[in-house]
Design a binder for this molecule. Structure first.
Ligand SMILES: [Zn+2]
Length: 229
């Protein structure tokens, strides 16, 4: 049975497979669900009053885009990093080891919360030194963005946004910069069905496909379900 529901005239799904009623927001030219854009505008305005320049680094991401990132890291066309964030130069022949390594810094395609159109990665543009390229690391959050993160801790929830990737929850590294507009995200969490994801993988040319298909339930327990709030 298909686990998509009819929403206005479109079908929505949690796997990044179609447009799911997204709208573009500025000045970033990124896409989110309409209610999230509205909440973001209010949150951004409040930040501005306090001297923060809230900038969204990442919002909606499609399944194809996430697979492309995943596969290019597997092929080393993009840098593959170890747990400390250092470049891995050796070849990883064992497909299980490769999947585990990819999962350190990449979400499972089809199970990234960025597929929902309700998630944002944010920084304070006013705190970025001239010429510095943001990397979204814990170090940035503890140093240049610390006042910004203290404000997020204090006020994000009253605008509907929650941190999801926090220490002690699941196997994904903490990502204090990632916020979920939780009321809308729950619609997608409820629609998520591992059997559907399995069928999507069967049809795709994702790197490590057989490892993913064989271990999907265990992976979901560590990388997906702990974050369904
Ligand atoms: Zn994120």
């Amino acid at each position: 049975m298909s686990n998509t529901i009819s929403h206005t005239s479109h079908k929505i799904n949690p796997y990044g497979l179609d447009s799911i009623d997204l709208i573009r927001f500025e000045p970033e030219h990124l896409f989110l669900r309409p209610k999230v854009v509205k909440a973001l505008a209010a949150f951004r305005k409040r930040g501005k009053e306090l001297g923060f320049d809230l900038r969204v680094e990442s919002a909606y991401r499609s399944f194809d885009r996430q697979v492309s990132i995943w596969n290019r890291k597997a092929k080393r066309e993009l840098p593959l990093l170890d747990a400390k964030g250092h470049l891995i130069s050796k070849d990883i022949k064992n497909p299980e080891e490769l999947v585990k390594t990819l999962l350190l810094w990449s979400a499972l395609p089809g199970a990234s919360r960025h597929h929902f159109g309700t998630e944002i990665d944010i920084v304070d543009a006013s705190a970025i030194p001239h010429g510095y390229a943001v990397k979204l690391t814990p170090e940035e959050s503890h140093k240049m963005f610390k006042p910004f993160h203290d404000w997020i801790t204090e006020e994000a929830e009253s605008f509907g946004f929650l941190r999801v990737f926090i220490p002690g929850r699941g196997s994904i590294q903490p990502e204090p910069w990632h916020l979920s507009y939780i009321e809308e995200a729950r619609l997608f969490q409820e629609l998520f069905d591992l059997k559907e994801l399995e069928a999507i993988y069967m049809d795709s040319d994702i790197a490590g496909k057989s490892v993913l298909l064989e271990n999907l339930e265990a992976l979901a327990k560590d990388y997906i379900y702990p974050y369904f709030l």
